[in-house]
Design a protein around this ligand. Structure first.
Ligand code: ADP
Ligand code: MG
Length: 343
């Protein structure tokens, strides 16, 4: 067998730049980074003091001089400088600088603008990439899940992330119909925070709300009677307080966000050409992204659309796995890559 020096020399990386989590896949090594898209910044001089998991642990617990920021909130780049610093940090962590400069494929929320795409590409270049390829999130999710996107059959994906839900029908390597709404897991967390404020005068942190959503949250009535005690700060007395919350209450708090996802899915189906609808009737809808793990969401969509609903295997990693597949065969997938104009 011929010894391939080229394979050792290359250090190609695929990045899922999600609004909630950033994942990095290195060719030949698999997923090497899977951390929240968060940085902690020292207010005084805007110096970044922590990235990813370390920064998330600080969220809501920072002393006055440090603040945590999510550079990609709501599916758009909220802070260019911090987004760039974060991308650079993650690329540098996996790069072996003495080797050839890496080729990078990045998956981006499909709602971001031309200017933002350029910012992502520039950040990767500044971090040492010799080539940068951008790919839309629903396409990467579909490839990660293993859908036959190149064939003349309709494949439908609903990717529920932190800041956005992206719904797309794909056929012949193109997106035929798509809808992107700025509602996802963050909105659900916020709904839980609001629920406590309104009903209990209790202020709970974002991380606590997320924990409640993941353990007790659901999108459909749930047979088992579950509840949990939640700690926060009483808004009137200002002191720590504990309240008991039931599964039904959390479901009610989440209803608006869940309904938005269901309605957008139905709207996308309505806009799908009939031949492709008939494919989807047979093949169903695949759910990806962390939001697809919300209990009962698949059940709810099944009931409302009467279609088969399949939750992707390991939904939090299918986008980066899809981006990785594209990276390993750029020639095959070149049609899918979004072109960023150079100025
Ligand atoms: P993004 O692509 O925007 O980074 P992800 O696909 O990584 O988003 O999903 C992150 C979202 O999924 C977060 O809002 C998180 O709270 C949510 N999530 C993760 N696990 C669960 C769960 N078990 N139930 C409900 N939501 C979940
Ligand atoms: Mg995502």
């Amino acid at each position: 067998m011929a010894f391939s020096f080229q394979n050792i020399m290359t250090n190609d990386i695929a990045i899922d730049l999600g609004t909630a989590n950033t994942l990095v896949y290195v060719k030949g090594r698999g997923i090497v980074i899977n951390e929240p898209s968060i940085v902690a910044v020292r207010k005084l001089d805007q110096e970044i003091v922590a990235y990813g998991t370390e920064a998330k642990e600080m969220q809501g617990r920072t002393p006055g001089e440090i603040t945590t920021v999510r550079p990609l909130k709501d599916g758009v780049i909220a802070d260019f400088e911090l987004a760039e610093a974060m991308i650079r940090h993650f690329i540098k962590r996996v790069s072996m600088s003495h080797l050839r400069r890496p080729r990078v494929a990045v998956c981006i929320p499909s709602g971001i603008t031309e200017v933002e795409k350029r910012a992502v590409r520039d950040s990767c270049e500044h971090a040492g990439a010799r080539e940068v390829h951008l790919i839309d999130e629903p396409m990467a999710a579909a490839i990660g899940v293993g859908l036959p996107i190149e064939q003349p059959v309709g494949s439908m994906v609903v990717d529920i992330g932190g800041g956005t839900t992206e719904i797309a029908v794909i056929s012949l390597s193109g997106i035929v119909t798509s809808i992107s709404i700025r509602i996802g897991g963050d909105e659900m967390n916020e709904a839980i925070v609001q629920h406590f404020k309104r009903n209990y005068n209790l202020l709970v942190g974002e991380n606590t709300a997320e924990y409640i959503k993941c353990t007790l949250g659901s999108a459909a009535p749930y047979s088992e009677k579950a509840s949990m005690s939640v700690r926060g700060r009483d808004l009137v007395a200002g002191i720590p307080k504990t309240v008991e919350i039931t599964q039904g209450e959390v479901q009610e708090a989440l209803a608006e966000a869940v309904n938005a996802v269901v309605d957008a899915t139905k709207l996308c189906l309505e806009r799908t050409p009939p031949e492709l609808s008939s494919d989807i009737l047979d093949r169903g809808i695949v759910l990806s992204g962390g939001g697809s793990l919300l209990k009962g969401l698949d059940e709810r969509l099944r009931r409302e659309t009467s279609l088969p609903i399949i939750v992707a295997e390991d939904p939090l990693t299918c986008v980066v796995r899809g981006t990785g597949k594209v990276l390993e065969d750029i020639a095959r997938y070149h049609k899918l890559l979004s072109k960023v104009k150079r100025y």
